[in-house]
Design a protein around this ligand. Structure first.
Ligand SMILES: Nc1ncnc2c1ncn2[C@@H]1O[C@H](COP(=O)(O)OP(=O)(O)OP(=O)(O)O)[C@@H](O)[C@H]1O
Ligand code: SF4
Ligand SMILES: [Mg+2]
Length: 380
């Protein structure tokens, strides 16, 4: 059995994914973070928040990977895991081919130069008692790096790179607007000439009018400095213009991963389609036929006890019995195009929701997913 493109629908293969022959800058395998929930006098573990559950993906040098999903789906946890600000419960993180999953503080220090993070809130992420010069210069002191020409000169250069007046070196964060403060955060992240920058909702705390400026700045800096980005956002409009590829997360899992153009042209996962059709989408059994909006039912379930089978089945309008019992793995339907769904959009349905076919389909899928030779290979 193969998953084949539907001839009457838009083809997801219109824009072929770029082949990456070299080594991934970052490679994540089976990455998991479960936060234990402790209860009672003896603080016994009563369960766990399954914030990130078995992520597999790569980030290629020079690209921007956008990561989107609703609040609580594990985006920030993923960002903190790949920058090693959090210790994973399982899985591995490789940077430039080296396993960095369990490196200690000392061994991580040189790597801290290469991997930097930009945080969501430019208000709380800058120490109000420090001048901008001190804040942007902090990485040099922490890493004991002496830039040629001195820290002050280098900080002033960085301020002008991000579009701030270098003369404002001695000013305090409260003297700057939100957009300017985020530029300070970007200057600080760039200080040590990193290879990978993970930006966690870098513009969501900013005025809409300022958001585009900051996104454009990140884009320009990428061209000039050859940076690689992972940009986290819950708003697809933020990542759309800057991402080469987009990973869509739902309840701790990646449900679709594709190059930007294919994803927008022909989303395969019903959740991606819903995310794209409307923002936000609270209620609903109502489907606005005119705008083509898909209105999702209910809230995101708790990551403490996620639904069985496909985690999206409690809200999915295409859910079948199979979806409630069998988890669909993230399957590469063709090079660079991965989706975790039994009945994906924009391809022939590999598991038609016909009751009579259900059992046979389920068995065939199990063979397909487990790689049993009795089943056919997934299409690549
Ligand atoms: N330190 C922690 N201890 C326990 N649970 C946590 C911790 N950090 C995050 N969580 C939980 O893990 C889940 C994922 O959180 P996370 O912050 O990664 O989501 P997110 O996608 O970034 O959400 P948002 O869009 O709101 O920022 C949530 O249910 C959250 O409550
Ligand atoms: S596997 Fe089933 S429930 Fe999950 S997204 Fe696909 S159709 Fe919907
Ligand atoms: Mg977050």
């Amino acid at each position: 059995m193969t998953i084949s493109e539907r001839s009457d629908g838009p083809s997801p293969a219109l824009v072929p994914a770029k082949k990456h022959d070299g080594e991934a800058l970052l490679k994540v395998t089976g990455l998991r973070k479960h936060f234990p929930i402790k209860k009672g006098l003896f603080q016994r573990q009563a369960g766990a928040v399954r914030a990130v559950d078995e992520l597999d993906f790569e980030v290629w040098p020079g690209e921007t990977l956008g990561v989107v999903g609703e609040s609580g789906c594990g985006k920030s946890t993923m960002g903190r895991l790949i920058t090693r600000l959090l210790e994973p419960s399982a899985g591995t993180v490789e940077f430039e081919g080296r396993d960095i999953t369990h490196l200690g503080v000392g061994a991580m220090r040189p790597l801290r130069r290469d991997v930097q993070m930009i945080f969501q809130d430019p208000y709380s992420s800058l120490n109000p008692r420090h001048t901008i010069g001190t804040i942007v210069g902090a990485p040099f002191r922490l890493q004991r790096v002496s830039p040629a020409g001195g820290v002050r000169k280098e900080v002033q250069r960085l301020l002008s790179v991000v579009g701030l007046n270098p003369e404002h070196y001695n000013r305090y964060p409260h003297e700057f607007s939100g957009g300017q403060r985020q530029r300070v955060g970007i200057a600080r992240a760039l200080a040590l000439n990193p290879k990978l920058v993970v930006a966690d909702e870098p513009v969501s705390a900013l005025d809409v009018s300022i958001q585009a400026q900051v996104v454009n700045l990140l884009d320009d800096l990428q061209q000039e400095l050859g940076l690689t980005y992972v940009i986290i956002a819950h708003d697809l409009s933020v990542v759309r213009h800057v991402s080469d590829r987009i990973a869509v997360m739902y309840l701790g899992k990646i449900v679709e991963l594709a190059d930007r153009d294919s994803l927008y042209r022909a989303p395969m996962h019903p959740y991606t389609k819903a995310l794209m059709s409307a923002v936000p989408i609270p209620d609903p059994r109502r489907k606005n036929a005119k705008s083509g909006r898909i209105l999702l039912n209910g809230d995101v379930p708790s990551p403490i006890s996620p639904p069985s089978g496909c985690r999206f089945h409690t809200r999915c309008w295409k859910a079948t019995e199979l979806c409630g019992t069998t988890e669909p793995p993230l399957l590469e339907v063709r090079h660079g195009r991965q989706v975790a769904c039994h009945h994906p959009e924009n391809v022939d349905d590999p598991a038609p929701p016909d009751a009579a076919l259900l059992t046979a389909t389920k068995e065939a899928f199990e063979r397909l997913w487990t790689g049993d030779p009795a089943g056919s290979e997934p299409m690549r």
